[in-house]
Each structure stands twice: as C-alpha cells, then as structure tokens.
Design a protein around this ligand. Structure first.
Ligand code: AGP
Length: 611
C-alpha cells in the first residue's frame, strides 16, 4: 500500500526522498510524488507522476532539480480516484502553502468535501486526501499545529500523515491512526517513514508511532504527543538487520532471493528455540495453567498467513486434541465469534500491519480472549497489541509474494504446538523428540529441495502457457495446495484453484478435460492411496498431472503422473514445509516465462493497510 517518507535536516532532501521511496516500492503503488520547501522563494515545490517512480526520478533528474532541506514523498496505491498525476500525493491546499501525504482512507471525506465546497474551496483531485490538505488550510490562521489538530478532530478513518507548511519550514508534522508510521532519529536530521527500509541507510534508531499520536520533527529533535496533546516519551529501538538484507544482492528478483534464503531463515527461527532437546520460547507470558485450560483455538490471518493457519489447524489438533478454527481476519471481525477466557486467538501476520488482521485482533481482545501473535516485523502494530508475540526472525521480506515469512510462520506455529503439547501432556516423549530432531534437520532438507530447482524450471517451461491450473490434495496437502495456488495466481496471473481432492467429484471434475494441468499433492503418507485414486480419476479424464510426493512414494506416483517432484521424507507435520519450496519455485519460473513483474505484481500491495 502507499509509502510515506519525510525528511528534515541540512542535506538536500529530494535525493533522500527518492531513495526512500525506491525502497518502499515493494509495498505496491501506481504513482509517486514529492513536495519540498524551497528556501529560494519560500514556496512548496510539488512534483508528481503517474506510473513507476523512475518517471518521477527522471523528471527531477534524480532529485537535482528541487532544492530544499525539508520535504515529504509518497508512493500511492489508488483507493479514491484512479491513478493519475493529479490524484497522486502530495495533495496541496488551495493556497499552495500546505502539502499532505497520506496512507489510509478518510471515511467521512465526502461529507467534509461538500462542506468545503459550500465554503467556496475548489477541489482539483478525486482523492480523500485532498480533503485533509484543504481542511487544514481552512482552519489555518497562522498556527499550523493548531490547524492540523482541528482537522484531526473532524476526520474519521485510518491515516498516517506527513504534513509540511510553507510558513513553518523548520517543522515536519507526522500523525498516525490505524496506519503504520515510524520516526527515525539522525544526527542533525530526522525522518518519518511507513517502514524502516525507507530510512535504514541513514539511521538505525527508530520509534513506532502509536494510534492517535502526533509528532513534530525538527532538525534537532522529535516531539511526540498523544491524542490529548500531552507530551509522550518515545522508546527508541535500534534496528538490528543490515541494509543488504533489503537489497537484491545479485539476484534478479527479491522473490527468488527470499525463496533461496529460506533455509537460513528457518535456522534463525528454529535453532534458538530448541534448547537441551526442549522447545524454549522467549519472553513467553502464557503460564502453564492457562495453557492447560485452553479449550479452543482460533487462528486468524489473511492470505498466505491464513494458509499457514490451515496447516496449523491439522498439526495443532493432532498434537493437542483441542478444536482449532481458522478464520480469515476480514470475516472474523464481523462474524460475532464465540470466545471465552479459555479461547486462545493466534494472529499471524508478516507485516504486523494488515488492517483486517489488526481489526480482528481488537475484536478478539474486546471479547475477552488472549492474543498470541506470530509476526515478522519487530515492533509492528499487531506485535505491540498482543499479549504474547513470537517473532519469525525471517528478516525483511520485500517481494509482494511471501515465501520466507510463510515458511518461518509455519515453523513457529509447529514449535508452539509442540510446546503446548508438552505442557498439556498430549504428546508422547518419543514422538516429541523425534519431531524436534526432524525440525532441526529441516533447513538442510530444504536446501536439498532448492538444489533441484532446475527440474522445476524445466516443468515451468513445459506448463507456463496453461490458462487454468488445479491444485488437489487432502488434509495437509490441501492446505499446501491453497498456498501453491495463491503464489501462482498472484505473480503469474494464471487462474488456479486449490481443491480438496475428495471434493472434486462433487462438481469441479466437470472442468477437467484433455490437457488440463492438475498439480496433485500427495506428500502425506497416511492418505497417499487416496491421493493416488484422485490422480487416476483426473488422468482418466485427460488431465496432465504434475505430482508432488515424498521419497517413499515417488516410485508409486511415477507410474501414473506425467511428472513427479520429490521431497525428502520427514515427519508428517513438516511435509508442507518442504513441499512449499517446489510450489514457490514453480510459480516463480512460470511468472518468469510469462514475462510478469514478479516482485511487483499488478494491483497488489505488500502490506494491506486498508479494509
Ligand atoms: C502473500 O503472498 C500475499 N502477499 C498476501 O496474501 C499476504 O500474505 C496477506 O496480505 C497477509 O499479509 P500479512 O502476513 O502481512 O498480514
């Protein structure tokens, strides 16, 4: 979704803004713009362009054409009004003295807009953001802070804002409500940004704005206030990852780099959490009595994180014998869920900022449940609002299509299941240790799978021009198929569906005809024979079958399927952790063959901060 970057300092601001925006490109956008205060003539200089950031960068000769040391920049993902130069941010008030960048949605913008139009204020864009710029201007009587706070009392919705005023050129104002915004602390300069990647080249010292907070950035410091305008002392964190973690490092695409990083990411996630052959969870604030008393678990998430929950349901129910319900966050928040103090809600999110997931978390809290979150971005909103957080430690994930976050989320959920099972006494000692041993071997096994990527590339070249692909599987393989299908859809734009194999004959098998590609997942040993029958069923209706199975079943599968990809044997609950690598690679190579923009698929955003 939209990306914000702001800077106040002594250096030229425009190259800093363009560099910051380039690092936010991964979030997804369709236009970009900057506003810089010009010391030469005391005006705000605004430049905006539809399309890639490069269009704006070329227009500004890399930033050399705008001079100034205070400014704001934005990459816009259109919500109100089509992508266009005029709808791009910054939005400027009619006096030209106030410029605003915004991430989020102003829900009462129509009402405010008609009020302002009645007051004679002309509008030039279709955006909800222009209402903010015009309203601040309407209230402005020489004190920009006063005008901003009066505006904040009237707008409703979600917003992260960066505001500059030509009459207060030594200040940059930042505001946050329900949309992420961080503050960065430099030497003689300060920053605001949607996320750390935009500013890590300049500073590692950051703080996270809370809902309702407003900050005033100057060259010498940052003052922060709560919604009552009382001063707030911010805790400053030091970012502990290196800038190369957010760069391509010789790879053609972030997605491929992140696929290949998975073994290391899993090592970071798993190794520190196994001590003396026992699962050890850091800062774990759920006591054993509470864990023993859990009578139901909800897993709530969106997209791939939801698919992790689907795998988790099978694994956790087997380990704990407690009902686990997996719910899409966008549904959960409106479904009036039945929660008790003994219900644990597990929230899963890479970004920790997904608005639907955040809203579901708040609903669960309102209804009295405890919240445990599995999050990648340290200090994100979901992490901060949870009772307990388990970080995935996957490092920054830049590609829109998640890979290493998915794998590490699954590993954390499995560790959590084992930890709970141990406390509740629902797993035999020998099985527990056998699974732990397998978990420690997982990174090396995944390396083995990734090493055979050429075979996937070959299969992608054979199948890349299919228009519709089915993923079929049972149980854990069904959950795995859901993620495989999503990966393929989002980056290759091929229609695909994940089906529970047993359900095919209840309707969907009518779509199978000569040459339809079916990706049959048959890694789960207990249901392998059933998986085989479904392969035979689709084969006999003309399907081309690309199968995924484990070493022990390879020979049997090869008798019927047209092509087989094989993962090493491991315990059942870890099979999806290996199988997923083939499906990620398949989606990647198919998208490559089709010439798609892999890291920035159309219409998608990395962090979905609108409903
Ligand atoms: C996955 O490839 C997608 N980009 C998307 O489904 C994503 O998993 C979803 O938007 C949830 O994001 P989160 O994990 O950051 O909450």
């Amino acid at each position: 979704m939209c990306g914000i970057v702001g800077f106040i300092g002594r250096e030229q601001v425009c190259p800093i803004l363009l560099d910051g925006l380039a690092r936010l490109e991964y979030r997804g956008y369709d236009s970009a713009g900057v506003a810089v205060y010009s010391e030469e003539d005391g005006t705000l200089q605004v430049r905006k362009a539809k399309g890639r950031l490069q269009v704006l960068a070329d227009m500004l000769e890399g930033g050399a054409l705008l001079h100034g040391t205070v400014g704001i920049g934005h990459t816009r993902w259109a919500t109100h009004g089509a992508p266009s130069d005029v709808n791009s941010h910054p939005q400027v008030s009619r006096s030209g003295r106030i410029a605003v960048v915004h991430n989020g949605i102003i829900e009462n913008y129509a009402e405010l807009k008609s009020f302002l139009i009645d007051m004679g204020v002309p509008f030039v864009s279709e955006t909800d953001t222009e209402v903010i710029a015009q309203l601040v201007d309407y209230f402005y009587e020489g004190d920009i802070l006063e005008a901003v706070t009066r505006c904040l009392h009237r707008i409703e919705g979600a917003y992260a804002l960066g505001i500059i005023c030509a009459d207060a050129p030594d200040e940059l104002i930042a505001v946050r409500k329900d949309s992420p915004l961080i503050l960065g602390y430099g030497e003689g300069c300060n920053f605001l940004a949607s996320d750390v990647t935009a500013i890590i080249r300049h500073t590692r010292k950051v703080s996270y704005m809370e809902d309702g907070e407003l900050a005033i950035l100057t060259r010498d410091g940052i003052r922060c206030y709560n919604h009552l305008m009382q001063p707030v002392e911010k805790e400053i964190f030091t970012v502990d990852w290196e800038i190369d973690a957010a760069e391509k490092g010789g790879y053609e695409h972030f997605m491929f780099k992140e696929i290949m990083e998975q073994p290391d990411a899993l090592r970071r996630t798993i190794s520190p959490r196994i001590r003396d052959n026992e699962v050890w969870l850091e800062d774990f604030a759920l006591d054993e009595d509470y864990i023993r008393g859990i009578d139901r678990i909800f897993i709530v998430a969106c997209g791939s994180s939801y698919h992790v929950g689907m795998v988790g349901k099978y694994n956790l129910e087997r380990l704990l014998r407690v009902p686990v319900e997996v719910s899409l966050a966008s549904e959960f928040r409106y479904m009036d869920p039945i929660l008790t103090p003994h219900t644990l809600v597990i929230v899963i999110s890479q970004s920790g900022e997904t608005l639907d997931t955040m809203a579901a978390l708040r609903e669960a809290r309102r209804l009295g449940a405890k919240i445990l979150s599995i999050v990648n971005v340290v200090g994100s909103s979901i992490a901060r609002e949870s009772d307990v957080v388990l970080y995935t430690w996957a490092g920054p994930e830049i590609a829109v299509a998640t890979t290493k976050a998915y794998s590490t989320q699954m590993a954390v959920l499995n560790l959590l299941g084992l930890y709970f099972a141990r406390v509740r006494g629902t797993v035999e000692e020998a099985r527990y240790h056998a699974i732990l041993e397998e978990m420690q071997k997982l990174p090396a096994r995944l390396e083995e799978v990734l090493a055979s990527r050429d075979s996937v590339q070959y299969l992608a070249s054979r199948y890349f021009n299919h228009d519709s692909i089915f993923f079929i599987g049972r149980n854990l393989d069904y959950a795995l198929g859901m993620e495989g299908s999503l990966k393929l859809k989002e980056i290759s734009y091929i229609h695909s569906e994940a089906y529970a194999s047993g359900e095919l004959k209840h309707g969907t098998i009518s779509l199978i005809e000569e040459g339809t590609l079916v990706i049959a997942l048959g890694t789960y040993g207990k249901l392998f024979d059933k998986a085989m029958s479904n392969v035979v069923e689709v084969k006999s209706r003309g399907a081309d079958v690309l199968a995924l199975t484990s070493k022990s079943h390879e020979a049997a599968m090869a008798k019927t399927a047209d092509a087989v990809l094989t993962i090493p044997d491991t315990c059942d609950m870890l099979l999806p952790s290996l199988g997923i690598a083939y499906l990620q690679l398949f989606a990647y190579y198919v998208a490559l063959m089709r010439g798609c923009d892999i890291d920035k698929p159309r219409n998608l955003a990395k962090s979905v901060t609108v409903e």
